[in-house]
Write a protein that binds this ligand. Structure first.
Ligand code: NAD
Length: 521
């Protein structure tokens, strides 16, 4: 029997032995780069005529790997393979008929394989999306956590559930799977979020067509290698790579699709919700959509705060993985009394952030993920020059890769574009508030509601934030990134998504439906 869930510890790279292992994994992956990765449909490798190149954002002329460019045929074949593996309702064969306990066993084995491949998987994240050592290591740890956590949750849901007794009747409630799901992860956590969404769907008894982001198809292939290693039955997870707008639309609209688990931008999420809501000929169900989307997350710094701690929390939240986290702090809202002091301390601290090749151990920030992302962020920096006072950040530096230094704009108005739109890069808007309550009002004044933090020592202000700061994940006197599975169930309000709360006790219910059977005695 599995013991209590515990978060996977992060690697201490100050240990020479750990650093050696990471360097060895980086060398190994460098030697494997440029190879072709196949899709997997019904357990069989699939190649297509068109190819998708995954490039190293830190050295864009370096090919990390070659992925397949799937289209309509592969999308439909993958859905058919998933339906076949799911099985018929009258059974007995099919993934749907395995017990929660048996399915959980696959997740425990996946966690064990990922643990053995920890540095290797992290090295792929470093090369494919430009994560630093620490960020890559934390992502692999999160993927392991998702497997360990959802396995335990499935076992819990597989046991008899309590119901009110009625004389002369025996009733039972059980959780059963939905069917074939389409899983669409983003590129910013292309292993952890992919693993979390795919494995929760699968442990609940569903089968899946997995369509990863075109920015990160190679790490998705490495995930499929893990599935091969645990001998997941053919067709339970099918990997289809290709352009989101083409393959994604086909998968989402198809009548065989029962549900969509999506994490990504607001624009794509709303598009999927709309497409999935239109019933197709022959479609016997209402599709369920889990859509976890963007954020415009704020940290409120109060005059009764430990200012040094607040500066550190803002820097880590704003610039970890180059600000490309849905939870990243993109607004620092500071009360008037300490505003100038905060701005000065922040500028000094930001100047010590080292930007460079993420394969090096001592780098704090790598490149942004792609040319498109690079250009989008630079455009926002130009907007920022009109909307605020540039304190630090000179986008001219950086060499060949898509490097953007940590950028701070002060004196930004709460309704300015850089204070309202999700930039998804290392750009922070500093906003002045009259007082703490005004800070909360400003923080809530966006269409998002994902994460937020407050720094204050005053218990009354903390109580006010608990009640009035409208975000799915609120942190007090700590950074607003780094949610841990099981400890900080994750998901936001409003345009931040459907609030599915990944890594929480209710998450698996999104992938299940409930059957009640009552027998007269
Ligand atoms: P994106 O919306 O561009 O892409 C997400 C996924 O959707 C990709 O796999 C993409 O290929 C696919 N896609 C694109 N068009 C599609 C279509 N028409 N149909 C189906 N699929 C389609 O987002 P991104 O740039 O990969 O990720 C960054 C975004 O994700 C940010 O907005 C960030 O805030 C958000 N995010 C949210 C969370 C959360 O938990 N709320 C976590 C991580 C990232």
């Amino acid at each position: 029997m599995a013991g209590a869930f515990r978060n996977e510890p992060f690697t201490n790279f100050r240990s020479a032995a750990m650093a050696r292992q990471m360097n060895a994994a980086i060398s190994r992956v460098a030697a494997e780069m440029g190879r072709e990765c196949r899709c997997v449909i019904g357990g069989r490798p699939v190649t297509t005529a068109g190819k998708l190149l995954s490039l190293n954002p830190a050295r864009p002329n370096e090919v990390v790997g070659i992925a397949q460019q799937c289209g309509k045929d592969e999308a439909e074949t993958a859905l058919a393979a998933a339906a076949d593996a799911f099985g018929a309702v009258a059974g007995p064969a099919g993934w749907r008929h395995k017990t929660m306990q048996v399915r959980a066993g696959y997740l425990f084995r996946a966690a064990a394989v990922m643990r053995r491949r920890r540095f290797y998987l992290a090295a792929w994240l470093i090369y494919e999306i430009g994560k630093t050592w620490g960020e890559a290591d934390a992502e692999v740890a999160e993927a392991i956590d998702f497997c360990e956590y959802y396995a335990r949750q499935a076992i819990r849901l597989g046991t008899p559930q309590p119901l009110t007794r009625v004389a002369g009747e025996r009733s039972a409630l059980c959780y059963i799977p939905l069917g074939v799901g389409v899983v669409i992860p983003p590129w910013n956590f292309p292993l952890a979020i992919l693993t979390g969404m795919a494995m929760s769907a699968v442990v609940a008894g569903n089968t899946v067509v997995l369509k990863p982001s075109s920015e990160a198809p190679i790490i998705a292939a490495k995930f499929m290698d893990v599935m091969m290693a645990i001998r997941l039955p053919p067709g339970v997870i099918n990997l289809v790579t290709g352009p989101g707008a083409l393959v994604g639309d086909i998968l989402v609209q198809h009548p065989a699709t029962r549900f969509v688990a999506f994490t990504g931008s607001k624009a794509t999420g709303l598009h999927i919700v709309e497409f999935a809501s239109k019933s197709q000929p022959g479609q016997p169900w209402i599709k369920r959509v889990i859509a976890e989307m963007g954020g415009k997350d704020a940290i409120i710094v109060d005059d009764e705060a430990d200012l040094a701690a607040a500066v550190e929390g803002v820097v880590q939240s704003a610039y970890g993985f180059q600000g490309q986290k849905c939870s990243a702090c993109s607004r620092a809202i500071v009360t008037a009394k300490v505003y100038e002091q905060f701005v000065q301390q922040l500028s000094e601290r930001v100047r010590s952030v080292r930007v460079g090749q993420p394969t090096a151990a001592d780098v704090h920030m790598g490149p942004v993920v792609s040319r498109a992302q690079f250009e989008k962020v630079r455009e926002y920096i130009d907007v920022g020059r009109q909307e605020g006072r540039l304190l630090t950040g000179d986008p001219a530096q950086g060499g060949d890769g898509y490097f953007i230094p940590p950028t701070v704009f002060a004196d930004v108005a709460p309704r300015a574009r850089i204070a309202q739109e999700e930039i998804f890069g290392p750009v922070l808007a500093v906003i002045k508030a009259e007082d703490f309550a005004d800070g909360i009002r400003i923080a809530n004044d966006t269409e998002y509601g994902l994460t937020g933090a407050v720094y204050t020592r005053n218990p009354k202000k903390i109580a006010l934030a608990r009640r009035a700061f409208h975000v799915g994940n609120l942190y007090v006197n700590r950074k607003c990134t780094g949610a841990l599975v099981g400890a900080h169930p994750f998901g936001g309000f409003n345009m931040s998504g459907t609030n599915a709360k990944a890594g929480g006790p209710d998450y698996l219910l999104h992938f299940l439906q409930v059957k009640t059977v009552s027998e007269k005695r």
